[in-house]
Design a binder for this molecule. Structure first.
Ligand code: GLC
Length: 473
């Protein structure tokens, strides 16, 4: 099959969150067997363009129109023998800026990108059978395909993946006339709630809509989770599917992670204790056998930081150590830092993002906290388990799929869950974990090792995507 992946970020080129991780691992996994022709299209952001590590060649340049605007498109290809063919779309006016998102003209920038990708695919004569678009930034691809590019891609099918329904790409109603330059018959497809809504248009037009866990595909049919799109998503019926993400087990490999003083596996589990001691030393925590509870997170309310703040002082009365790594909303940064200052040696607050430190925290901790209010899939609970750290999560979205509750009687399950977004229930789940940690240390070690042994790689999810693509063609 020929599959074109279209997205606004992909590691190792550029990444602001889980989307970038998925777009690194999934195309690589699809390309691995050599059976499929995979291409990946990204904007040529400043940070990619001026990074000498990425060697590229210019293939061509042309212009496209967005109403009266005539915009340049430079088409670059990454010089790379293995893996997917990676293409960058260059336009300095739109993409040579500091940062990826958050500009007044984001709608115009990504409408441009979606249309330019189709023109590039046409120029390259790639003839993909599948165009796989991710999140609102590429949601206009299925629209422009039908409106202006069907003659060159008569049989192409479209898949649209929702990584987070909160961000839909909502523009004012005037955006339709001022930017999109589409025939009037497309107005209804794009319009929603008095706005132009990119994601809504993709949900209507894509042959298949997917999301990043099976449970989130169920949740998206309900108003509580769908941010206004539940009706349209529910109407999609069985053309809305969930495939749970994996993690890149080459990037996240506790057995060969250069950031760790002693890499370890389930078989050499004693190394985890060495990593714990080293982490305590690095962060100035007391060298005790109390469990280390950790979070590596954006400090945003939907990550459940309000629940954490609510239980924080009670939590710190328990016999444990707490480590948080991340930045975010100022109110949370201040609140957490001021409490951390009261508990030196017990609570380490690290207001920065540093991937090597993150690795050491995943490896050196005993329990990982993820009380997200909603979570389409979540990757850090998977990384934590892969590093032998037992997760404690709100059973929502992909957290429900990936962290079945631990049953001490049977030894089944992977972690501790709570069922409603409530701080006392969160603390209750932590208390259950603490009682098992202190009460039955052997069973605890068995649980941690069994979490490490679960296959969280992309092998199975990639097979599911292939099966879905095949069902369309
Ligand atoms: C978004 C979601 C997260 C998911 C990631 C990758 O960041 O919030 O839950 O894991 O996309 O699909």
């Amino acid at each position: 099959m020929r599959i074109a992946m279209i997205a606004s970020e992909a590691a190792p080129f550029v990444k602001t969150g889980g989307l970038g991780d998925v777009l690194q691992a999934l195309p690589a996994e699809l390309a691995r067997s050599g059976e499929h022709e995979i291409s990946l299209f990204l904007p040529y952001y400043k940070s990619i363009k001026y990074n000498p590590a990425h060697e590229v060649e210019l293939l061509t340049s042309f212009t496209i129109n967005l109403t009266w605007r005539q915009q340049y498109v430079g088409l670059f290809r990454l010089m790379q023998e293995q893996g997917p063919a990676v293409y960058f779309l260059d336009n300095e006016y739109y993409f040579c800026r500091d940062g990826l998102y958050g500009f007044y003209d984001d709608g115009e920038r990504f409408a441009y990108f979606s249309k330019a990708v189709l023109a590039a695919i046409n120029w390259l004569e790639l003839r993909p059978e599948i165009l796989h678009c991710h999140d609102w930034q590429t949601a206009l691809v299925p629209v422009y395909l039908d409106a202006e590019f069907r003659h060159c891609l008569p049989d192409a099918k479209t898949v649209f993946t929702i990584h987070n329904v909160e961000y839909q790409g909502k523009m004012g109603a005037e955006f339709f006339n001022e930017v999109l330059g589409l025939d009037d018959c497309w107005r209804g497809v794009c319009a929603y709630d008095g706005c132009v809504n990119f994601m809504k248009a993709a949900i209507l037009k894509a042959d298949l809509v997917t999301t990043v866990s099976e449970n989130y595909a169920v949740e998206l049919r309900y108003p509580y989770f769908a941010h206004g799109l539940s009706g349209i998503l529910a109407a999609k019926g069985d053309r809305l599917k969930g495939i749970t993400n994996g993690i890149d087990t080459e990037v996240y490999n506790p057995g060969a992670d250069a950031a760790l003083v002693q890499p370890f596996t389930a078989e050499t589990f004693a190394g985890k204790q060495v990593c714990k001691r080293a982490l305590q030393k690095e962060l100035g925590l007391a060298q005790t056998d109390a469990p280390i509870l950790s979070m590596v997170t954006r400090l945003a309310s939907h990550k459940g930081i309000d629940l954490l703040c609510y239980i924080l002082r009670r939590l710190l009365e328990r016999d444990l150590e707490l480590v948080i790594v991340g930045t975010g909303e100022a109110k949370y940064e201040h609140a957490l830092l001021s409490v951390a200052n009261e508990y030196p040696g017990k609570f380490s607050m690290n207001l920065r993002f540093d991937s090597a430190l993150a690795s050491r925290v995943y490896a050196g901790s005993d329990m990982y906290l993820m009380p997200s209010k909603s979570e389409p899939c979540g990757l850090s609970q998977l990384i934590a388990m892969h590093y032998g750290t037992v997760p404690i999560v709100n059973a929502t979205g992909g957290l429900r799929d990936t962290v079945p509750p631990y049953n001490a009687e049977t030894g089944e399950g992977r972690g501790y869950t709570f069922q409603s977004y409530n701080g006392d229930d969160f603390l209750g789940a932590i208390d259950r974990a603490l009682s098992d940690y202190y009460g039955t240390p052997e069973a605890w070690a068995k649980l941690a090792k069994s979490d490490m042994s679960v296959d969280f790689s992309w092998t199975q999810p990639a097979k599911k995507y292939i099966a879905l693509y095949q069902s369309l063609i």
